[in-house]
Design a protein around this ligand. Sequence first.
Ligand code: ARG
Length: 414
Amino acid sequence: MARERLVLAYSGGLDTSVAIRWIQEKYDMDVIAMTVDVGHQGDLEGIQQRAKDIGAVDAVVSDAKDLFVKYFVWPALQGGAIYEGDYLLATALARPLQAWLLVETAEEFGATAVAHGCTGKGNDQVRFDVSIKALNPDLRIVAPVREWRLTRDEEIRWAEERGIPIPVTKESSYSVDQNLWGRSVEAGILEDPWAEPPDDVWEWTADPLTAPQEPAYVEIEFEQGIPVALDGERLDGVTLIERLSKLAGAHGVGRVDHIENRLVGIKSREVYEAPAGVVLYQAHRQLEKMVLSKEQARFKETVASEYASLVYNGQWFTSLHQDLAAFITSSQRHVTGAVRARLHKGTCRVVGRSAPDALYSHQLATYDTGDQFDHAAAEGFIALWGLPVRTQAERQQLHRPAERPRLTGSTSVE
Ligand code: ARG
């Protein structure tokens, strides 16, 4: 009888490499290695070859960069989703996509199980497992790293005993995950929240100290909340992010140092690099300020925070997500226009914005000639706006501060 098949989400690193053999031994299954290319995944052909060398019956790569941008990154940007004010969710956004492709591939290959290399301590295991079960509850999930509980040294010994070629990566004490949208670094010295991240954690961003003296200006055009052009040149999403990432990174923009509340109850210290994301979030937000009403903007902040939690917490394939996404899409219908940002020594500052459907009106805002604001109407407005305040002051004796500074300098009043 043919062995049952399993599709493994394969990165080419130590854990998932060892997992190929471990699954064969412990579960007696054929392993198909699948690598989802969401950007910055390394030498994909080399990774495929390694999987086969270790014993995978097949090794496939799925180029999902366009899908990642279109269905995950842009919606998050449009929604303004930032976890706990700092994290642009690069890893969290890629997981449901990887889970979905894992499920699709398993179905295609007639596999009965899927596997991923997440530990039992992080958010990613939750995102994978919850998404996989939502998409196909019949698939069995194997999580070797969560199950084997080996230390790194034990794992290397286990691999050596079996002659498994150990991937030659430069010795790093960090745990890194990266894709087109961002890079995440944890562990090692970073586990001391007092320790400043050493220079070697940063790979995409220059040290702001040694970044160019001269600022760079970049103009980003949006259509309905989606970035479509950089400095007047129309680009597909993947290219736009790659280019902006290089530019902003060269100016030291995009570094984040974050104490984060994990879904599994742990606080962790994580360092992120998301140069393109940091610029695009600021630019998008500033464009929204031109076109959204005060009430839309306020309500959208609530949605943004809910959306960020949902993405972080692995609830991508949910009904609430569909509802929030519908609001977000609708909210973007006038978010079209251009934003100019200045990049300089680690900072990104929006310095100009323009939008055809802007609610900003020069005639209403100006203090110069051409002012069309009805100054006289202000008086009546204030009388009604302030009415409840006056009533409260009259009836409920509102307190003034107990102390006040003494006046000085008066010579005429005794
Ligand atoms: N804390 C981030 C998240 O939960 C990143 C996790 C993966 N990062 C890593 N360095 N292995 O989305």
